[in-house]
Design a protein around this ligand. Structure first.
Ligand SMILES: C[S@@+](CC[C@H](N)C(=O)[O-])C[C@H]1O[C@@H](n2cnc3c(N)ncnc32)[C@H](O)[C@@H]1O
Length: 201
């Protein structure tokens, strides 16, 4: 059973605005429009990808996310949903891989295998749109409530993020740093790296 906080997060993010990085990424895709949404949540990125004619393979570890997406896209034959973790998912070949605000919750000791699976699934000249938690984010510190949200947190430095893209041409690399109020109503500092990159042929 997900926590009330996770359900509320899905309610709030269901119809959120599409992030500019995903808009850029979809515009960069050449060839077959096949995307994987890793950690799809309530499905707002799936909806954008479908509106842009992508066939979408999407997965999430939370049953509630998959139930919500199954209902939302029940009449859509071009959305393929799986309840799976990053590590266990069978990644199909794709021209676009999206992992927005989801690898934040990857187990540290599994990340390199997961990253390698994603890279293998991405076709030459394929596009990846991914975000990583930075070390200064509140979620990377002791105030993050692992009981209410996802239990594992992965934070990477800028250098660590850059080193993941040696086989890519980086089209956009943004370090977001803002402070405000988090979903729990408490002060929150966001530190997020968003990257859009094209795999070398
Ligand atoms: C902050 S939400 C982001 C959801 C969506 N990508 C978005 O931007 O709206 C993070 C998502 O990652 C999923 N997640 C967390 N750990 C995961 C794992 N190990 N494997 C797959 N999905 C995971 C969560 O269930 C959640 O739906």
């Amino acid at each position: 059973m997900p926590s009330n906080e996770i359900s509320t997060y899905y309610d709030d993010s269901e119809s959120r605005e599409t992030r500019p990085e995903l808009r850029l990424a979809t515009n960069l895709v050449n060839g077959p429009k096949v995307a994987i949404d890793c950690g799809c949540g309530a499905g707002s990125d799936i909806a954008f990808l479908r509106a842009n004619d992508f066939t979408v393979h999407a997965f999430d570890i939370e049953e509630e996310a998959i139930i919500r997406c199954a209902s939302r896209f029940e009449r859509d034959e071009n959305v393929f949903l799986s309840r799976s973790s990053f590590l266990d998912y069978s990644y199909p070949s794709a021209s676009l891989i999206v992992a927005d605000a989801s690898l934040f919750f990857c187990r540290e000791n599994e990340f390199s295998e997961i990253w390698s699976k994603m890279n293998q699934a991405l076709l030459p000249c394929g596009v990846i749109s991914v975000s990583f938690l930075g070390p200064d984010d509140t979620m990377a510190g002791p105030l993050y409530d692992k009981e209410k949200y996802w239990p594992h947190v992965l934070a990477l430095t800028k250098g660590q993020v850059e080193s993941l893209f040696l086989d890519y041409k980086i089209e956009s690399f943004t370090e977001h740093t803002t402070s405000g109020t988090g979903p729990d109503g408490k002060p929150h500092h966001w530190h997020i790296f968003s990257v859009v990159a094209v795999k070398f042929p």
